[in-house]
Design a protein around this ligand. Structure first.
Ligand SMILES: *[C@@H]1O[C@H](CO)[C@@H](O)[C@H](O)[C@H]1NC(C)=O
Ligand SMILES: *[C@@H]1O[C@H](CO)[C@@H](O)[C@H](O)[C@H]1NC(C)=O
Ligand SMILES: *[C@@H]1O[C@H](CO)[C@@H](O)[C@H](O)[C@H]1NC(C)=O
Length: 425
């Protein structure tokens, strides 16, 4: 137990150190928030949601609660059409956009209506859906189970893929606009874990490939043999395989993030708070290389990290330790019961027949070029988009100044080419 505590402190500390260089002794965050009660800090924080933020810019926006086959209820936001185009009575192509680990739908709209992908897509005539995986701020809900019940947190990104993403696709296709589609399919965009869940779903339920027109993977994460992330690399030798520590650490809400870090972010970055200069200084030392939109940072910090199950982190650490892209390792006995084999099965990515565009870069600590290329070799229908900018990193997909030119516009052009062809059939 002592060692586990040590690991937790490490984990907490490493994230903390990455955010801010020196400890903010003058602020008692534990006083501000009840760390033991994530509900309390979440309720404090979620006064404003993705819905409010989108509505601020005049776009029509909806909040849907989608029930999955296994009873989770995920909160999904939708920009159904563009108020500028007034295209609500036309059939609009559907696109589902899925966030990364410890993130949420807010990550996609930070750059604002001139640059952020959801707005650009809406203005290009699309019906835009912003997903939220089970367990994050908008998806702490279940038809019968409370979030306080330990079983609620027994999931990894495998379940987000297999149940949540599948449910979101089917739900979007079952709406009035969905039913009118010429082809019963959608476009998909994912960042980081949002790509992992795409690979996992499309390989384990290959019938879903028919429901995909084009798919765009930003910073694709599947095999993690070569990734450079300090946190995962340091801890995965301890937690990256089934043992007593990983069992103790597993199947819980990732509370260090929810209590302590949220308090830190929320309080220091809110525009009207006295601690804002401290926050901006920290942001500047982290992101002050002139590449990202600092104006968008406070909102980013106020909405992140958005919570997850510790199993999602463990599952990634297992990928690093094993070198495989495969299902969750429960230990030999339970693996035998669940999978019929002592080792968890590999995801058969050869089954992913939909058109998959991989957007990747040299300076990405989570998605190493070698790992992206290894997985790409096994997929039958891939298109490689290596970022020219040698400094482009994992977070640049959300906050880089030039995201519109280097990512969003090319992605929309690929979708438009597909739509053009479809309209001519
Ligand atoms: C920077 O972010 C702010 C806040 O979202 C947004 O209003 C602004 O348009 C962004 N600027 C650029 C150039 O991306
Ligand atoms: C939980 O899901 C139900 C639908 O099953 C929905 O009516 C309710 O608003 C949801 N609650 C939250 C807090 O999202
Ligand atoms: C995990 O990632 C690190 C960092 O790239 C790498 O050095 C290590 O070999 C990986 N672990 C395994 C077992 O492949």
């Amino acid at each position: 137990m002592e060692k586990l505590m040590l690991l937790l402190i490490c984990l907490c500390g490493a994230t903390y150190a990455a955010v801010i260089e020196r400890p903010l002794k003058e602020i008692d965050f534990y006083q501000l928030y009840n760390v033991a009660d994530p509900e309390a800090s979440i309720s404090l924080r979620s006064k404003r949601s993705t819905l409010d933020r989108i509505a601020d810019h005049g776009y029509p926006v909806e909040h849907h609660h989608i029930v999955t086959e296994d009873g989770y209820v995920v909160g999904v936001f939708r920009i159904p059409y563009s108020h500028k185009l007034q295209n609500q009575n036309e059939v609009r192509p559907i696109v589902l956009i899925q966030h990364g680990l410890m993130s949420c739908s807010d990550a996609w709209i930070l750059a604002g209506p001139n640059d952020a992908l959801p707005y650009l897509l809406a203005d290009a005539g699309y019906d835009v859906w912003l997903g939220n995986g089970r367990g994050n701020t908008y998806s702490r809900n279940h038809t019968t189970r409370s979030t306080k019940h330990p079983d609620f947190w027994k999931f990894s990104w495998h379940e987000i893929a297999y149940y949540d993403i599948a449910a979101m696709i089917d739900y979007a296709l079952s709406t009035e606009n969905g039913l009118q589609q010429k082809e019963k399919s959608i476009h998909y965009v994912g960042h980081s874990q949002g790509t992992t869940v795409f690979f996992a779903l499309m390989s384990t339920r290959p019938e879903y490939n028919e429901k995909i027109r084009t798919a765009h993977m930003f910073a694709p994460v599947a095999i993690m043999k070569n990734m450079e992330n300090r946190l995962v690399r340091t801890l995965s030798p301890y937690l990256g395989y089934h043992n007593v520590y990983s069992s103790l650490f597993g199947s819980q809400e990732f509370i260090p993030g929810n209590g302590f870090l949220l308090a830190l972010f929320f309080n220091t970055c809110e525009p009207d708070l006295w601690a804002r200069p401290v926050c901006l200084r920290a942001m500047d030392s982290l992101y002050g290389n002139g590449r990202v939109n600092i104006t968008a940072m406070p909102e980013g910090m106020a909405t992140h990290p958005a919570g997850c199950s510790t199993n999602q982190i463990l599952h990634y650490m297992q990928e690093n330790q094993s070198g495989y892209f495969r299902q969750f390792d429960y230990g030999k006995a339970k693996n035998l019961k669940k999978y019929g084999t002592e080792q968890p099965p590999d995801y058969p990515v050869e089954q992913i027949t939909s058109a998959v565009h991989l957007w990747y870069s040299d300076n990405d600590v989570m998605a190493a070029v070698e790992d992206v290329e290894t997985i790409a070799e096994r997929m039958p229908n891939v298109f490689m988009h290596h970022m020219e900018d040698p400094l482009w990193d994992h977070a640049d997909y959300a906050l880089n100044w030039e995201i519109r030119e280097f990512v969003n516009e090319p992605v929309i052009a690929i979708m438009e080419a597909y739509e053009m062809e479809l309209s001519q059939v």
